[in-house]
Design a protein around this ligand. Structure first.
Ligand code: C5P
Length: 395
């Protein structure tokens, strides 16, 4: 579900990193309103906030009075993040000051409030700042960071704002039931590449976005995640263990090695079904080949089927099946056969083609289990991934 997120930005140099926080919330499909303080606008200007959030950015307490904006934004918010939270802003929030739009918004809000402090070490350690932090913690305000590392100028130490992705994950976890806490989830993502010679390969158009979205969603739900990825075109998530592989054979080795220590296995990768029977050690020269020729191919190992054979009791194995044709009932009956053949507990069926399914786009998937009922989820890959994981405990 898209959330209404307010990102308050205070006047510190880390404001430039808050741009990435906003971008990451938007990338995950949330509606973001940025409320910069007057000093924040000295670091990063209004057009940047509007362009990145794709929403108008209110700055003045006396604008939008007819809509009672000074409280409406706070009342409607599902989540509020202030980054960077400067020493001055921490003091204002702790003191309940309402002299600007961020102040009134925070006082009117009941949504979880996450603060990402950023300041020099001496300021962070100052008893006045620590007392404000303590007051806010006691009121249930959540803190992410500060980290230790390079600060502005030559200084280094505690006070560096947490990385944008860490802030977003932390904030979203505060709203997400920790339904997978203590669980270990193994996910494969991306498309394998099967070499024909040192420069050419057989591959597919998988971007790995679905597997990455599943990894993010599992981590947000408190799981320990291992992501086995092959040629993924989207950024890999933070806070998960990653294993890079290239071919189906590599992926089989990585998945089989990790299988015994994981509770849930999601085989979202698009594994090539064939590979060259013999790999040419040199580049195949065009001049040496006839006009028409057929490379001799052989089947790759079926990783999901092999994991199905070695699955232990209580372990949950989920396969994916991308289909490009057939009617819905035909696709579902194919998927049911595949579910049995590969000894999986569930199969996620999705339609792919030139215009649908690949990359960060709207998608629709159907979850098929041994039960005759199937469940269909539609939305962005992030929201579909979350809903798939929320359906797992039923299994
Ligand atoms: O048989 P099909 O390729 O349609 O099955 C798709 C499912 O099987 C996916 O979960 C995919 O990751 C997995 N698969 C596999 N090894 C293969 C081919 C597919 O694990 N060689």
């Amino acid at each position: 579900m898209p959330l209404r997120v307010i990102v308050g930005v205070a006047g510190g140099i880390a404001a430039y990193k808050a741009v990435s926080v906003v971008r990451e919330f938007v990338r995950r499909g949330h509606h973001v309103t940025v409320i910069p303080t007057g000093s924040a606008l000295k670091f990063v200007g209004l057009p940047t906030w509007e362009a990145i959030s794709r929403n108008p950015v209110p700055t003045d307490l006396f604008e939008g009075v007819a809509e009672v904006r000074h409280v409406a934004l706070g009342q409607q918010a599902n989540l509020i993040v202030v980054c960077p939270a400067t020493a001055h802003t921490l003091a204002s929030i702790a003191g309940g000051f309402a002299g600007d739009l961020l102040g009134t918004t925070l006082l009117a809000a009941t949504a979880p409030l996450v603060l990402a402090p950023a300041m020099h070490t001496e300021m962070w350690e100052n008893p006045a700042v620590q007392a404000n932090v303590e007051t806010l913690r006691q009121r249930g305000v959540l803190f992410v960071g500060p980290d230790s590392g390079p600060l502005t100028g030559d200084d280094s130490g505690v006070g560096r704002m947490s990385e944008p992705e860490t802030i977003v994950n932390f904030a979203l976890s505060s709203l997400t039931p920790q339904s997978l806490e203590g669980k270990r989830v193994l996910i494969s993502a991306g498309g394998t590449r099967e070499p024909l010679d040192p420069v050419r390969y057989l591959g597919n158009r998988s971007s790995g976005a679905m597997g990455v979205a599943l990894a993010e969603a599992a981590r947000l739900r408190g799981a320990h995640v291992t992501l086995v990825h092959s040629h993924v075109e989207v950024p890999l998530p933070h806070g998960v263990d990653t294993v890079a592989v290239s071919t189906a054979q590599d992926m089989l080795a990585a998945m089989a090695a990790a299988q015994p220590t994981h509770d849930i296995i999601l085989m979202a990768a698009a594994v090539a079904d064939w590979r060259a029977r013999t790999l040419s050690p040199q580049k195949l020269r065009k001049a040496d080949q006839p006009e028409y020729w057929t490379p001799e191919l052989e089947r790759t190992p079926d990783i999901l089927a092999q994991l199905g054979e070695t699955k232990t009791t209580g372990q949950l194995l989920v396969g994916f099946a991308a289909e490009t044709d057939g009617d819905a009932s035909q696709r579902e009956s194919n998927a049911r056969m595949k579910l049995k053949a590969k000894k999986s507990d569930a199969l996620v069926l999705n339609l792919v083609g030139d215009q649908v399914g690949f990359g960060e786009v709207e998608t629709a998937v159907t979850l098929i289990t041994a039960s005759p009922q199937s469940l269909t989820f539609e939305g962005t890959k992030s929201s579909v991934a979350g809903r798939l994981l929320d359906a797992l405990p039923e299994l």
